[in-house]
Design a protein around this ligand. Sequence first.
Ligand code: MD3
Ligand code: FE
Length: 223
Amino acid sequence: MKARGFTGSLFDEAAAAAPRYREALAPGAVLLRGFALDAEKELRKALDRIVASAPFRHMVTPGGYRMSVAMTNCGEFGWITDRRGYRYDALDPESGKPWPKLPAVFLDLASRAATAGGYPGFVPDACLINRYEPGARLSLHQDRNEKDFDAPIVSVSLGLPATFLFGGNDRSDRPRRVPIRHGDVAVWGGPSRLAFHGIAPLKEAKHETMGRQRINLTLRRAR
Ligand code: MD3
Ligand code: FE
């Protein structure tokens, strides 16, 4: 335990461990502003190692469209799409090898964020990694390829800012626009787990540490 000086207090220690700012998004969904900032360097190192063995690629939807978002995965399972459909697979179809292991820094961040969001005991087995360059977007969808919707999804945003589109549980619900910045972490569970969501086209810009891109990690329980 670190020594506490005259000006320090238990309150300061609790405040340092707590999210800098918490926004309730919807029942079961919370946005932890800046929650990943302390881990940025470690996250980037881990990301570089993953991308070296499983490079970003543009996958194709079952309808034949090339996605504007480039993707890769780490963990026991990875989310993939091709002409045959959307699914999780233990092997990277590009290499035929298992996806890179989930790094401890991803697991630790996911566990701490899930706990802060009200979902203690979250242990992801999959992490989809999305890379957006200016112009890239993700149209409104639900995440339903996972086996157990009781587990939340934790998402970590790095790099360029984006506008998160957060709809309701019906595709026709008009989505709210939520600005997302570097270091923000969101936890989506309970009544929000099957909400429609997407990302508006990324604006042209350059981030000071991440360059001309936004990277999003979504930590999931696939099986
Ligand atoms: C709300 N990714 O990978 S993360 C995806 O920023 C995905 O790359 C977006 O949607 C991105 O599937 C948004 C935020 C997110 C993830 C899962 C959710 C929001 C969610 C599941 C249910 C409700
Ligand atoms: Fe999604």
